[in-house]
Design a protein around this ligand. Structure first.
Ligand code: THG
Length: 623
């Protein structure tokens, strides 16, 4: 996914050089500037939309077509006040948002023409000011829908927009912005991370289609003092969800003023290993919905943030005018830009909250009970459509210490993609469950993909393998990466599941090479599963399965640096079904040794793991 070259490598280089020297300045608000022009209905209709049946007033993006002079003047004013980067007038130009005015068919044209307009203003300005280097930032707003929240409290599984619809709408807008000459793109005012992930997916598709890429920024919105996005994520969880996109910058904008945003930009500056941007509102809105922070007030605060080393790019959102931008540039111009921290390559997942798999964690529990093939109780609940009780199973797993939950709907009589979607959408509306990352467990690609389209967090795909050969493996891995998930790779190839020590290691090494060298998968997002099979089945060859898994773990961890190892723990004791005490002892002894060999996580019955030292000594020895 990184093999697509930049459209304009010199532009990117110029940007990067400027970023090293100082804090770059973004423009201020388009919306409040337009409002101040007091335009009326006929300005929005122009000649072209005279016969448009409904009101267009408030459709600011259409002014690019009907009053380009107004938009060009605003761009110019911001450049003159010191902005290095100006945003296209396309905040609401997706077909989804344009639907409000019955102008959805204009989406691509609006994006294209707005980029052309901003481009021409920037080019003219640079010709007049040879000392200035300025850029066009194509804006992709949040739309008026949320993919991870239900608009209907009585139907928490319902969504009024799908990932696929968002992906396609964002792709259409991005195509227009790129063809029109945008230097960069920003997915901004993100209040639902799933919308943002759909946008990033769509953008990547367009890069592939056009054969070039441009730098991409994301700017999220913290809605209140809780420090969460509207869809409930913390700042760090949000970062984990989008980090796969190799962003040019990540930041925050809108909703809050500079004063209220301080702790959240501090948190983002601490976790993000890329440049950080900030363009807050001019304070919180007053009772008239206006923004009162003066240029001096705002610049004072942002100047402090700059001096604290929190910023790489800075500008203004709602209520900020050219005077604000001039004051902000003056107040931040001398500060050293934030130094980009180097982060250790740990597996960084998220639900509503982050989960970083650091060496100190030692071992991660993945709850196994939300699995229709692994639990008769759960299967019956799903088959009977008793989703509230099925949710309780998930909740119990989390309460019992599951740090990730595995969800499996692979039952012949179920509509797999539908059951996966329903259950994951329901989980999304339960904050005590949605706190943890999800592991989507299926042997069917369509079910895995349906699950990926429901997760705002960074989850894990369980699993892919080379059982159908290298080509589908590569393609699926590439998609998993584009969706931004980590992946479990089973030790399984064209000849079947690996059941010897040697085949386990050989297959994982082969998969590792393909993933890291061809697909560009980061090692820390690769989780090998060298197959835990049942021991003591009565068949002689099965007796070494446990020991072989443990030894394979040791060798895989050594041969594939950075990769993780997982397994389905309860498989090992299938021969002792019904004898729970023995099963638990087997699990505990197995884990004791597997963790020492480097096993990082396992799918387990959370809460039913016996402490190794407390197992009856004779039983432990027998195991
Ligand atoms: N690797 C990966 N994914 C996996 C597995 C694996 N997913 C499924 C499975 N194996 C892990 N999950 C379970 C879940 C339950 C049980 C075993 C593995 C289990 N269930 C009991 C039984 O069947 O006896 C309880 C049955 C019941 O309550 O009805 O043992 O290896 N990547």
């Amino acid at each position: 996914m990184n093999k697509i070259p930049y459209k304009n490598p010199e532009t990117v280089q110029r940007l990067e050089e400027m970023l090293k020297k100082r804090i770059l300045v973004l423009d201020g608000a388009m919306g409040t500037m337009i409002q101040a022009c007091e335009l009326d209905e006929k300005d929005f209709h122009g000649e072209r939309f005279l016969d448009h049946g409904t009101s267009l007033k408030g459709n600011n993006d259409i002014l690019t077509l009907t009053r380009p002079d107004v938009i060009a003047d605003i761009h110019r004013e911001f450049l003159e006040s010191g902005a290095d980067i100006i945003e296209t007038n396309t905040f609401n130009a997706t077909s989804i948002s344009q639907g409000d005015y019955h102008t959805e068919s204009l989406a691509e044209e609006l994006n294209f023409e707005s980029a052309v307009l901003a481009r021409s203003v920037v080019d003219q300005f640079m010709a007049d000011h040879p000392d200035r280097s300025c850029f066009v930032l194509g804006s992709l707003g949040p739309t008026n829908r949320t993919a991870s929240l239900s608009p209907d409290v009585n139907r928490p599984e319902f969504r009024n927009i799908s990932f696929a619809d968002l992906r396609d709408a964002y792709a259409e807008s991005a195509r227009g912005l790129l063809r029109g000459g945008s230097d960069l793109l920003v997915v901004e005012t993100v209040f639902d991370t799933l919308n943002c992930k759909a946008a990033l997916f769509g953008i990547e598709q367009v890069f592939e289609e056009l054969g070039y890429r441009v730098p991409v920024m994301v700017s999220g919105t913290i809605v209140d003092a809780s420090g969460r996005t509207l869809s409930g994520q913390t700042v760090e969880a949000f970062w984990h969800s989008i980090r796969h996109a190799k962003l040019f910058a990540v930041g925050l904008n809108c909703a809050l003023g500079a004063a209220e945003i301080r702790p959240w930009i501090q948190e983002l500056a601490r976790v993000a290993d890329c440049p950080v941007s900030l363009y807050p509102n001019a304070g919180l809105p007053n009772e008239l919905g206006e923004y009162d922070d003066t240029p001096d007030q705002m610049a004072g605060l942002l100047g402090d943030f700059a001096a604290e080393g929190l910023l790489n790019l800075v500008g203004g959102c709602c209520g900020t005018r050219p005077e604000h931008i001039a004051a902000i540039r003056a107040a931040t111009g001398e500060a050293q830009p934030r130094e980009i921290p180097r982060k250790t390559a740990w597996c960084r997942l998220s639900g509503l909250e982050p989960l970083t798999i650091t060496p100190e964690l030692n071992f991660v529990n993945i709850g196994e009970r939300t699995n229709v093939t692994g639990s008769a109780v759960f299967r019956r609940l799903i088959q009977n459509d008793d989703y509230p009780a099925a949710l309780d199973v998930a909740r119990q797993q989390v309460e019992n210490g599951a740090q990730i939950i595995d969800v499996n709907m692979d039952e012949g009589l179920l509509d797999g993609p539908k059951a996966m979607t329903t259950f994951l959408n329901l989980i999304a509306s339960e904050p005590d469950i949605a706190r943890v990352p999800v592991m989507i467990d299926s042997s069917r690609w369509d079910v895995l993909e349906a699950g990926l389209q429901c997760l705002q967090g960074k989850g894990v795909v369980n699993s892919i393998s080379m059982k159908e050969g290298e080509q589908p493996f590569r393609e699926q891995a590439r998609l998993v990466r584009r969706y931004g998930a980590a992946v479990i790779v089973m030790a399984f190839d064209e000849n079947g599941q690996a059941d010897s020590l040697e085949r386990r290691v050989t297959i994982c090494k082969r998969a590792w090479k393909i993933l890291t060298e061809d697909v560009g998968f980061p090692p820390e997002d690769i989780i090998f599963d060298p197959n835990i099979f049942a021991v003591a089945t009565g068949i002689e060859e099965h007796n070494s399965y446990g020991v072989d898994f443990i030894e394979a773990t040791r060798q895989i961890k050594k041969a594939c640096p950075g990769a993780l190892v997982s397994g389905g723990l309860s498989n090992i004791s299938f021969s002792f079904r019904g004898q729970e005490q023995i099963r638990e002892a087997i699990h505990s002894v197995f884990l004791y040794h597997a963790i020492q060999a480097g096993m990082d996580m396992a799918i387990v019955n959370a809460g039913q793991l016996e402490i190794y030292d407390e197992i009856d000594a004779r039983l432990r020895e027998a195991v």
